[in-house]
Design a protein around this ligand. Structure first.
Ligand SMILES: *[C@@H]1O[C@H](CO)[C@@H](O)[C@H](O)[C@H]1NC(C)=O
Ligand SMILES: *[C@@H]1O[C@H](CO)[C@@H](O)[C@H](O)[C@H]1NC(C)=O
Ligand SMILES: *[C@@H]1O[C@H](CO)[C@@H](O)[C@H](O)[C@H]1NC(C)=O
Length: 390
């Protein structure tokens, strides 16, 4: 009797260990196992949320959310993939397509459709697609994909089309890399920025294509150590630092490095824009090895940024200093190829232009020129000549 009980006890213990190991090992969380249908019609929001909740509680070493290839998942309401998760690193294998609803939900200003928040060590890969069906939402305030407070983030190979507002926003993240992205929206779609970055440190974006209705990348307040390489931008509004200092805000942006990028048929190329009345600084900004193809404003510093009809000249401004524009080649559609329009109370200092050759598209027969107000610094080998710089 005793030994029988003993044997059962042992068996139960062994079974328990095996089951635990199996659960620990099963690091795969396929949305279809949580009820997602993937027919493009059924709302799979809840299945995504449930699969994530299970993943986030998992103690396996690299739990993975699977969005399988060959299926189209309608995510009809905002989903927040919230952390912190038990595992120090989690991944999403995004191989299928995720589409937005045909109509918008009632939501607060700035609500994101898909948000990852407080998730550290997140890595997303798989060449999947996000299709925002943005045309119906372009009047709303919702972005497609937001990363909030995600440290050690990696995103590889995602495609996003027709986002409702910006495609991707990054806020309060440290150490993130994005590569091989393809973000597209029609040229005339409002506010469809490619990537917006704010309050983040150490962000790298490489080898990507962005064709949008607004900034390809916008770098906003509280951001430092951003490196952007191998980006093809256009149509769109270029790579912008700002706009900074709206409504008297203090801005802090520094160590921004943009290299080996192409702007094709964009409104702007390399742009730094600040509102009147702000304070703080935007400094240590480099744009180098830039190819231009029919760009309206290839190089633009605007300390009087004012997208509305009138903005008061408020005296104060976000200071702009230590800026390098080097090795720019190509064509502009406007004759004003370079505009440095700095504030009369807070001039731009240490602005450096070097090895710039910008011509008008008609084989350089039309003269292009530079506009320069309150900017100080140096230039060499620059066409057009920037007379205010030494
Ligand atoms: C970010 O990366 C740097 C350099 O690799 C490292 O020292 C730092 O601890 C990282 N920070 C976070 C929050 O991951
Ligand atoms: C520049 O960027 C392009 C992608 O636009 C890439 O193919 C190329 O290898 C990059 N060149 C260098 C020198 O990094
Ligand atoms: C520069 O800024 C001033 C002040 O707002 C504005 O009147 C002027 O049109 C701007 N010049 C250019 C070339 O943008």
């Amino acid at each position: 009797m005793k030994s029988w009980r003993f044997r059962n006890g042992i068996l139960a213990a062994i079974l328990f260990v095996i089951l635990s190991l199996a659960m620990l090992g099963s690091g795969s969380f396929d949305v279809t196992s949580y009820g997602a249908v993937g027919d493009g019609k059924t709302d799979d929001s809840k299945a995504f949320q449930d699969a994530w909740a299970a993943l986030c509680q998992s103690s396996s070493s690299q739990p993975t959310l699977q969005i399988p290839r060959g299926k189209t998942f309608l995510v009809g309401s905002p989903v927040s993939f919230e952390g912190p998760c038990k595992s120090p690193s989690v991944s999403v294998k995004w191989a299928g397509t995720v589409i937005g609803p045909q109509k918008t939900w009632k939501g607060g200003d700035g609500d994101s459709w898909l948000e990852f928040a407080n998730v550290d060590g997140l890595s997303i890969s798989g060449n999947g697609k996000i299709y925002g069906q943005g045309a119906i939402w372009w009047k709303t305030c919702s972005g497609a994909l937001r990363f909030r407070s995600c440290n050690r983030l990696r995103v590889l190979g995602l495609k996003s089309a027709d986002s409702p507002r910006n495609h991707i926003s990054i806020t309060n993240c440290i150490n993130a890399t994005f590569s091989n992205l393809k973000l597209t929206a029609p040229e005339d779609s409002p506010n469809t920025d490619g990537i917006d970055i704010a309050n983040s440190i150490n962000i790298q974006i490489s080898n990507s294509l962005m064709a949008t209705g607004d900034d390809c990348i916008a770098i906003n307040d509280g951001t430092s150590h951003v490196k952007i390489t191998g980006l093809t931008c256009g149509p769109g509004h270029g790579i912008s630092v700002g706009s900074l200092g709206k409504e008297g805000d203090e801005a802090v942006v520094e160590n921004i490095y943009v290299k080996n990028c192409t702007f094709a048929n964009t409104d702007n190329g390399a742009r730094i824009k600040t509102w009147q009345g702000g304070s703080g600084f935007a400094r240590k900004i480099t744009y180098e090895d830039i190819q231009l193809d029919n760009v309206r404003n290839p190089i633009l510093i605007d300390q009087y940024y004012c997208p509305h009809q009138t903005c008061a000249n408020k005296g104060k401004a976000v200071g702009i200093s230590d800026v390098w524009f080097s090795n720019f080649q190509g064509t502009t559609v406007d004759r004003s190829a370079i505009t440095l329009n700095c504030s009369n109370t807070v001039p731009c200092t240490n602005i450096n232009l070097n090895n710039i050759k910008i011509t008008a598209p008609t084989n350089g027969r039309e003269e292009v020129f530079a506009i320069c107000n309150n900017a100080y610094g140096k230039s060499s080998d620059t066409v057009p000549v920037v007379s205010c710089l030494k």
